[in-house]
Design a protein around this ligand. Structure first.
Ligand code: DAH
Length: 340
């Protein structure tokens, strides 16, 4: 009988294919090829109805034996493959192992600090204004009452792009743009990057961030400035913080002050962080110099205002106890990952 020969051939075939199986996928392919609905055995059994009763019995029996044999062989092979895979480290799944946590990014400590600063001022009604980092001498210096021959210009003279443009040395330039663009009342903060010709060390960088503030309207007084700054200091560093103003000089404000807070480490007793004197300088401020109002065409009889500027890195360093400014820029995940 031809069909018996065919079955014999299928058996041989199965043996060859079965022995080549090295993984679950190959095993699954062999199963479909021989035992599947359209597989080799079914192809033969499909035509069985045209045979005589005796032939049916013989062929049927033989085909069923093969079917059982194939199934048993494939099951054994499957178990063997599963055993070898689970002992193989790369393929096996050990459900007792802890899972692999995906690495989730964290917000940069500077970004965190800047948004805290921004939010405190936003809660007092300030809006955020953005300026430009590449600036002309007029906006960076002259309009802010820093003429060409002014000595304070030395520390600020930074990176010139060409004769006309330089990288701004402070965010005070944005004050001028804002006042040129709008009429009072003005109540803005202006965060951004600034550049200085400073040698890099633990507390200096040629690039850092500042947040500038400006409020202009009728009857804005020095006590408004003090109130706003005290609220800021307490919101940032805690209710117990004390604030003091020391007379200072800035060309764009008159009178001007440097603003200190009581040392957040030793609470004013004196420690290494505050160099023993109990106070930490955090920003510069003052009443807008009428010369600045003149530069932007504001009526100096009608309007008064205050301005302030702080270094964001300085605030972040105090807030988080960071001792080296360079850590902010090195992109070391061991450092950055601590600010989740
Ligand atoms: N521009 C100053 C600086 O970079 C900071 C500053 C001081 C800004 C006093 C001000 C201010 O608006 O009133 O050192």
């Amino acid at each position: 009988m031809d069909i018996l020969k065919d079955l014999e051939a299928i058996k041989e075939n199965f043996k060859t294919e079965y022995e080549k199986c090295g993984c679950m996928l190959q095993l699954e392919n062999v199963r479909t090829a021989f035992l599947g609905r359209k597989g080799e055995l079914n192809n033969i059994l499909k035509n069985i109805s045209s045979l005589s009763v005796d032939e049916k019995r013989v062929i049927g029996k033989q085909a069923n034996m093969l079917k059982n044999e194939f199934s048993v062989r494939l099951r054994e092979l499957k178990e063997a493959l599963m055993d070898s895979q689970s002992s193989d480290e790369t393929h096996g799944i050990d459900v007792t192992l802890p899972g692999i946590r995906p690495r989730i990014g964290t917000t940069h400590p500077l970004t965190k600090t800047l948004s805290r600063i921004n939010n405190i001022f936003i809660s007092m009604g300030f809006r955020i204004a953005e300026g430009r980092e590449i600036e002309t001498e007029f906006y960076n210096f002259e309009a802010l009452n820093i003429p060409l021959d002014h000595p304070s210009r030395d520390a600020f003279d930074t990176f010139y792009v060409d004769e006309k443009y330089l990288l701004r040395s402070h965010t005070s330039n944005v004050q001028i743009h804002v006042m040129e663009d709008r009429k009072p009342p003005i109540q803005v903060i202006m965060p951004g990057r600034v550049y200085r010709p400073d040698a890099v060390d633990a507390t200096h960088s040629f690039m850092f961030h500042q947040v500038e503030g400006l409020m202009v309207d009728k009857d804005i007084s020095f006590s408004d400035l003090k109130g706003v700054l005290l609220y800021f200091c307490k919101s940032m560093f805690g209710e117990d913080i004390k604030m003091r103003l020391r007379p200072h000089f800035f060309p764009f404000t008159e009178p001007s002050a440097e603003v200190d807070i009581s040392c957040i480490m030793c609470k004013g007793k004196g420690c290494r962080v505050c160099s023993g004197n109990g106070w930490l300088e955090i920003l510069g401020a003052g009443m807008v110099n009428p010369k600045v109002f003149e530069a932007v065409g504001y009526d100096t009889d009608r309007y008064t205002g205050f301005a302030f500027g702080m270094g964001a890195e300085r605030i972040a360093m105090l807030l988080y106890g960071i001792e080296d400014i360079r850590l902010f820029y090195e992109n070391d995940i061991r450092f950055l990952g601590q600010f989740a």
